[in-house]
Design a protein around this ligand. Structure first.
Ligand SMILES: NC(=O)NCCC[C@H](N)C(=O)O
Length: 298
């Protein structure tokens, strides 16, 4: 069922009308060997050029990797490309999918920044080794799409949430919806600190989502509230400084999140989740945390 839904008035299905989507069993991570801040392409990077502590970043990355492994997921490690300091944020170069026949497909990104564009062919090579069917957007028509930074699967259902405004053009979702045969709910982003959907929206399980509400337009909030029964809200300072909404719930139960997001962690615990705190402070300097540092796949 392909369709684009941008207004709650045109939402014609309930979650249980949609086919189920299996839980991803694997986690891809790119080692931060070449991670650094060499340029500024989002507001979090301002004043941070040259300020990454590389040894600390490696330790933090290993802690995140171990947290995913502890949930029982298979972690696949890739080496980052030389001179590609942002490749560690491997949520961004692609959108993988497991189709109803169990086949593996992927939509490759068109990165907004020329600094990051060479990351995509390296990740595409990896998908070829994994026998994924690759799809590419027509760059003449769709200028930008940043993979799972903006396009996030609804846990357990064949439904995609698609952020747009800063790093992804809304038109990308027409191609994605038709190619993968899934409905896409589009969400406009309008605050530059929340430039990817994954900075303000974390789908936890089929019924629950963690959001920073002010990053959305009223219509986007209506759509989110129409499909998630439990909407947990992160306060501004935790969403902004602790990247609280850039958490990941890989199994519907554990939430891996930047440490120190106290109110968010409390709300998650009250909602029945097990909170696993990690420190990603070196990566937050670049505008990313747990969610961006990995890619869930099948
Ligand atoms: N939010 C994400 O999905 N990724 C973080 C990307 C950080 C990187 N410095 C960038 O601005 O592209």
């Amino acid at each position: 069922m392909s369709s684009i839904i941008s207004h709650s008035a045109t939402l014609r299905f309930r979650l249980k009308d949609l086919d189920t989507l299996p839980e991803p069993g694997r986690v891809l991570m790119v080692r931060p060997t070449h991670f650094s801040i060499d340029y500024v392409i989002n507001p979090h990077m301002e004043g941070q050029v040259g300020k990454v502590n590389k040894e600390k970043a490696m330790q933090q990355w290993e802690q995140v990797r171990d947290a995913f492994a502890a949930t029982g997921k298979e972690v696949v490690e890739l080496e980052g490309g030389k001179n590609l300091p942002d490749m560690v944020f491997c949520a961004n170069q692609s959108l993988p999918y497991c189709n109803p026949e169990g086949g593996h497909e992927v939509i490759m990104s068109i990165m907004n920044s020329p600094y990051r564009q060479p990351e995509v062919p390296l990740i595409a090579d990896w998908y070829d080794q994994q026998n994924y069917e690759r799809h590419h957007l027509d760059g003449e028509i769709i200028p930008i799409f940043e993979g799972m930074g903006d396009a996030i699967w609804h846990p357990g259902r064949r439904l995609l949430w698609g952020g747009h405004g800063f790093r992804t053009s809304k038109d990308a979702y027409t191609f994605i919806s038709e190619t993968l045969n899934v409905p896409v709910i589009t969400l406009a982003l309008h605050k530059s600190h929340f430039y990817h959907l994954d900075t303000c929206f974390c789908a936890l399980n089929e019924d629950s989502v963690l959001i920073y509400p002010k990053a959305f337009e009223p219509e986007g909030l209506r759509l989110i509230r129409s499909l998630f029964k439990n909407v947990i809200e992160a306060p501004e300072e935790e969403a902004m400084d602790k990247f609280a909404c850039n958490a990941t719930c890989p199994d519907g139960k554990h939430v891996i999140i930047q440490k120190g997001a106290k109110q968010t962690s409390k709300a998650l615990k009250e909602a029945g989740f097990e909170v696993v705190e990690v420190d990603t402070s070196e990566f937050i300097k670049s505008g990313g945390s747990v969610f961006c540092m990995k890619l869930m796949l099948w």
